[in-house]
Every structure is written in structure tokens, then in C-alpha cells.
Design a protein around this ligand. Structure first.
Ligand code: NAG
Ligand code: NAG
Ligand code: NAG
Ligand code: NAG
Length: 505
């Protein structure tokens, strides 16, 4: 994604001061009573029989109710050491521990027995873990049964999902349980806001939906949250803190470092997991650079990035690939709302600047070479970009300066089969979606044979890919307000999977 210097403002000197002063005037966190001792049940001691009945029924209640509200807060466990976080063995071949340590149902049952013996309640953390353990068990169960759940908005297709049953069950468990705490710290414009149109749309739209949407995932009570969101916008940092042309990204790192410091001093949550259950969202190319401001944010937290280059520190085990959705004025172009099902005259189409390592190869081999393969560097004024997408069978989506390209989502909207030409790009939602069900991957070395490869796709295979595109389209649409299974929910689901420690693919 080209970084457009035209759109940035020159920031007054002393930007670092701006960053720290922004943080100095942060709203005070709500005062929360911190109870420090684990409470023991005060059960009637008159009859041992009554005592055990009461204990058993409370335990039963704990077991059956996830919504049980804990009035007996307990002391937080000691902080997890960073080195502990990746040492947990895989759950099975299919479901691997990818991020946080998890407590198995067996271990929880064991703890429940211990609690029973010592007459103490489950800690909040244990209850949270119990809910997650149940979600995992439900997902595993769903993955095994032969029934497929179908709803009005979900078509279980083995062509486009790695495991449609496991995905849908996981999605439903997310709707049922997942809670996100959004830190209130920080001022506008850099926190609690982000771009809502143009190339970084997804950054602002995610922040707004998370903070103000009626989606039910946000909780005001951090003690019931599974994950913690730090709602700053790297695109706005670049706009307000970066000195145009300086190539000095220090202010971004400083801002991020300050933000983490502030929340880790005010709240106990960051230190508890050294950030492993914290996440940030950035579509700007410089998201990864900004997160260098805190080594644990970089190496441990869930970073949701458009710039998902696995050669540049993006770790698909814990990080999430964010689709780049380019909405010029904040909405999908009316041309792409319902692509007409007509014959497509061109075999393939691409128009875009000659930057990054891959595009020069495409332009060299295909620009002005073949009337079936419409490859342009700059689209002539009389031609319309989306019209050409709608008239082409395949849309070439090579990486540019960075791995992600908004063309992929535009091609999905236009039902023009994306031809993905990139290296080290972790595709969005690839833990759930089988990209081969609705796109084609072409290696850089195969670019000279592009026409032969695309001509080799049979009509049957092509209709299958088009059908796949129609199924996955909704997962890439940003709705206002968000709708079930749309881009907002799919992003959140990717975060949920990492917190849950389950891999569906
Ligand atoms: C399969 O679906 C039917 C109808 O929805 C239901 O009655 C049955 O219990 C399901 N079987 C399993 C194993 O989930
Ligand atoms: C978290 O750890 C940091 C560094 O050790 C410390 O400065 C901070 O006070 C701790 N936060 C809390 C809430 O105890
Ligand atoms: C992440 O961890 C690696 C290896 O432990 C370390 O070398 C690196 O500096 C860390 N990254 C950042 C941004 O601190
Ligand atoms: C991905 O990262 C590698 C390593 O830094 C870099 O060489 C490559 O150009 C990046 N890919 C893109 C498309 O930017």
C-alpha cells in the first residue's frame, strides 16, 4: 500500500511531547475495589449433611452456569512469565495450542473437587477458563458429528471452509461467550478513532464498531473480559505524529510504548499475561513498526494487521491477518453491490503502480502484450476500474509495497476470481477459509505462464470458484451497523480463536 504523504499533516516539533501529554490527560480509570484474599464459603456448620448438600449444589450451579456472577473476587494469580506462554503442548493434531496456555476440562474438574474439599469458590479466572474449556469441547464435538448446522446466513460449504461445522460452532460459541474490554485511556484523535474511508477504512470502522456498536461483545467489567483492546490508530499516528518526509518512525513507537506503560501501571491485566490477551488493530503499513514500541506487544500480544508479512515478524500463531478494504467514500461502490451474471470478455485484469518486488515482473511480461490479459500501469482516463473488474474472469492481485492489496476484496465483491501473487502473505481469515475454494494462487516464477495457467482452469472449476466467491463475500463486507458473519465479526472471530487456543484449519 503506498503511503500517501499528501494526506499527512506536518506535525509541530516536539511531537513526542504531544504523545506524552496526550497520555498525561487520560481519563482516570474507574476505581475498582481490589479484594485481596480468596473468600471461603460461609456455609452453615450445623449439619455436615446440609453442608455437603449446599456445597454440592453450589458446585453444580457453578458447573451449569457460565453467567454466574462472581461476588467473591479473589487474588490474581502471579503474573505468567513470557517464557511460559509458548510451552504448552498441542491439544491434538487438529486443534493445536497456538497462544495462551489453557486449562483442560479435566484439570478444571480436578480443581472443582479441590474447591469442594477446601470449601472455596472458583476464581474469576478459573470461571473464565471453564467457559473457554466448554467452548473448545463444543467445537470438537461439532467437528465430529455428521450434521451440518445451516442458518439463513450461513452456508456450510466444504469448498470454502476448512471445517464448516467446527467454524460455525466456534462462531456460535464466540457469540455466546466472548467479552472484550476496551481501555478508555487516550484522547481523540489518535485513540478511539481511525480512518473510516479510503484505504485504511477497516482500522477506524473496527474501532468504532467495537466501542459503539450494539454487537454485545464489549464489556464494561474488565474482570469478565477474555481479551483487552487498545484502541489506537496507527494511521492517525502517522497523520498527527509523524513528520512528513523525515522517515523517522520513533514518535509512533514512543506513543505505543507510552500507551502500554499507562495501561500496565493502572490496571493489573497487562502484567498478568505480559500482554498475551491484549490486541491492537492496524491496517497501516507501519503497524508492525509502531508495535516495536513494546517488545511484549510485538512478540506476545495479538496484533491484527493488514501488513501480514510473515518475513517481517508477523506470527500467524498469535497475530491476525486483517483484510484491506478500500472504500473511497466509506461505502462499497454501487457498481460492486450486485455483479451482473454476464459473460466476461477479458481473461484477466490488473491496473496499478509499478512498485514492490512483484509488479515489475507482471508489467514486464504482460503490459500491452496480449488483448486477453488486460494489464495497465495507469488506467487510461476513458476506462473504469470497476467496470473492467466486472468484465474480467480473473483479477490479478499482486503485492505492492506491502503484501496486502485492496484488490483482493474488490475482486471478491466484483466476483472476479482473485489471482493471488504474493510471497510470505498470510491471507485474511485463512484459519477458517479455504482460499483455494475461491481464488487462485500463482507463484512469482509462474508469471510468464499466467495465460496458460488461467486458460487451463476448466469451466466446471471456474463455476466452483465463482460459487465460492458468492459464499465468502459477506465475510469481507463492512456493515454499519455490523451484521452477523461480516468482516467485523470475522476479525473478532480470528481474535477469539487465538484466545481460545484452537486451530480449525
Ligand atoms: C442432526 O440433526 C437432526 C435434525 O436437526 C437432529 O434431530 C439430530 O439430533 C442431529 N444429530 C446430531 C448427531 O447432532
Ligand atoms: C506492572 O509491571 C510494571 C513493570 O514491572 C510495573 O511498573 C507496574 O507497576 C505493574 N503494574 C501493576 C498494576 O502492578
Ligand atoms: C521479540 O523477541 C525476539 C526474540 O526473543 C527479540 O530478539 C526481539 O527483540 C523482540 N522484538 C521486539 C520488537 O522487541
Ligand atoms: C516481506 O518482508 C520481506 C522481509 O523484510 C521483504 O523482503 C519483502 O519485500 C516483504 N514483502 C513485501 C511485498 O513487502
Amino acid at each position: 500500500m503506498p503511503y500517501d504523504p499528501e494526506s499527512t499533516q506536518v506535525v509541530p516539533t516536539g511531537f513526542i511531547k504531544t504523545s506524552t501529554s496526550l497520555l498525561r490527560h487520560l481519563p482516570q480509570p474507574r476505581k475498582k475495589k481490589t479484594e485481596t484474599t480468596m473468600e471461603v464459603f460461609h456455609l452453615p456448620t450445623t449439619s455436615p449433611l446440609l453442608t455437603s448438600i449446599a456445597a454440592a449444589s453450589i458446585l453444580l450451579f457453578l458447573l451449569v452456569s457460565d453467567n454466574y456472577s462472581d461476588r467473591f473476587a479473589t487474588k490474581s494469580p502471579p503474573p505468567l512469565k513470557f517464557t511460559h506462554l509458548h510451552q504448552f503442548p498441542p491439544i491434538s493434531d487438529r486443534f493445536q495450542a497456538v497462544h495462551l496456555p489453557e486449562i483442560s476440562e479435566e484439570l478444571l474438574a480436578h480443581r472443582l473437587n479441590l474447591r469442594k474439599a477446601t470449601k472455596t469458590r472458583l476464581t474469576r479466572d478459573e470461571k473464565l477458563e471453564l467457559g473457554l474449556a466448554r467452548a473448545r469441547a463444543e467445537i470438537r464435538r461439532a467437528a465430529k458429528v455428521s450434521n451440518l448446522s445451516t442458518t439463513v446466513d450461513y452456508v456450510p460449504s466444504f469448498a470454502v471452509y476448512h471445517n464448516p461445522r467446527a467454524f460455525f460452532q466456534s462462531y456460535v460459541e464466540m457469540e455466546r461467550r466472548f467479552k472484550v474490554y476496551v481501555y478508555p485511556e487516550g484522547d481523540l484523535p489518535i485513540t478511539h478513532d481511525g480512518p473510516c474511508k479510503n484505504i485504511y477504512t477497516v482500522e477506524g470502522r473496527f474501532i468504532h464498531e467495537m466501542e459503539h456498536g450494539a454487537n454485545g461483545f464489549r464489556t464494561a467489567d474488565p474482570s469478565v473480559a477474555h481479551v483487552f483492546f487498545m484502541p489506537f490508530s496507527v494511521a492517525w499516528m502517522v497523520k498527527y505524529l509523524y513528520e512528513s518526509g523525515s522517515f523517522d518512525q520513533t514518535p509512533l513507537r514512543v506513543f505505543v510504548s507510552d500507551y502500554v506503560r499507562v495501561v500496565s501501571e493502572k490496571y493489573p491485566f497487562w502484567n498478568k499475561t505480559t500482554g498475551a490477551d491484549h490486541f491492537i488493530v492496524s491496517c497501516h503499513d507501519w503497524g508492525p513498526i509502531a508495535t516495536e514500541g513494546n517488545p511484549f506487544l510485538y512478540n506476545t500480544s495479538i496484533r491484527v494487521f493488514c501488513n501480514a508479512n510473515s518475513s517481517e515478524g508477523f506470527n500467524p500463531q498469535k497475530d491476525v491477518s486483517l483484510p484491506e478494504i478500500h472504500l473511497y467514500d466509506g461505502d462499497i461502490s454501487p457498481k460492486l453491490l450486485s455483479p451482473p451474471d454476464t459473460q466476461r470478455a477479458h481473461l484477466a485484469f490488473f491496473a496499478g503502480g509499478n512498485h514492490g518486488p512483484i509488479r515489475p515482473i507482471i508489467l514486464k511480461h504482460w503490459k500491452d502484450r496480449d488483448s486477453d490479459i488486460r494489464v495497465y500501469e495507469y488506467l487510461p482516463k476513458k476506462l473504469d476500474y470497476y467496470e473492467l473488474m466486472l468484465k474480467s474472469r480473473f483479477c490479478l492481485c499482486p503485492s505492492g509495497y506491502e503484501v496486502a492489496s485492496p484488490r483482493i476484496v474488490e475482486a471478491i465483491y466484483a466476483e472476479c476470481v482473485p489471482v493471488i501473487i504474493s510471497e510470505k502473505y498470510v491471507l485474511p481469515f485463512s484459519d477458517v477459509l479455504r482460499w483455494e475454494g475461491f481464488s487462485i494462487k500463482v507463484g512469482v516464477s509462474e508469471i510468464p505462464r499466467l495465460k496458460e495457467i488461467l486458460m487451463g482452469v476448466s469451466e466446471a472449476e471456474y463455476s466452483r470458484l465463482k460459487e465460492g466467491l458468492r459464499i465468502v463475500r459477506k465475510h469481507f463486507v463492512l456493515n454499519r451497523p455490523a451484521k452477523r458473519l461480516d468482516a467485523f465479526h470475522m476479525i473478532l472471530h480470528s481474535i477469539w480463536l487465538r484466545r481460545l487456543n484452537v486451530r480449525l484449519a
